[in-house]
Design a protein around this ligand. Structure first.
Ligand code: HEC
Length: 126
């Protein structure tokens, strides 16, 4: 798609210059950029990301399952930017030895940004 647009623009410029038409010199052609996703509520974003992932197979909000409940996690770690960072890394890389013998698998496909939304939701759940 991009190539077609660029080719069209180049052709337009070329044909203009060939015919000696200099009137269009200062016409600026700019491609519209895709609008960046604006997250206004990181906690709600984190909740919907968690609901769309495999987390709920092992974690519940207020009941221990294979992993600790999110409320337990929120009790253990204060809701600070540093802890959001640390937990986001653990969600991506996995965790072991903190809550018992069962390790949490890594979520390698998860972006840091989304893992941080998840951590923000978890730390605000107590
Ligand atoms: C296969 C089960 C499983 C899945 C799936 C899973 N977890 Fe876990 N999670 C665990 C276990 C077990 C622990 C405890 C690990 C430990 O003791 O270090 C844990 C720990 C955690 C912790 C606390 C880490 C710490 O250092 O205290 C967070 C936060 C967490 N999980 C978030 C998530 C999120 C978010 C997802 C989804 C992207 C997820 N988990 C998916 C099993 C799972």
């Amino acid at each position: 798609m991009k190539t077609i647009i660029i080719a069209t623009i180049l052709m337009a410029i070329f044909s203009c210059s060939k015919s000696g038409n200099s009137g269009n010199k200062d016409v600026l052609v700019s491609e519209p950029e895709p609008a960046p996703k604006v997250v206004t509520d990181p906690i709600a974003e984190g909740q919907s990301l968690i609901e769309g992932s495999d987390c709920l197979g092992c974690h519940k909000l207020d009941e221990k399952m294979i992993g600790p409940s999110y409320k337990e996690v929120a009790e253990k770690y204060e809701n600070t930017p540093e802890n959001v960072e640390v937990l986001a890394d653990k969600i991506i890389k996995g965790s072991s030895g903190v809550w018992g013998d069962v390790p949490m698998p890594a979520h390698n496909g998860l972006s840091k940004e989304n893992a941080k939304f998840m951590a923000q939701y978890i730390l605000s759940s107590k």
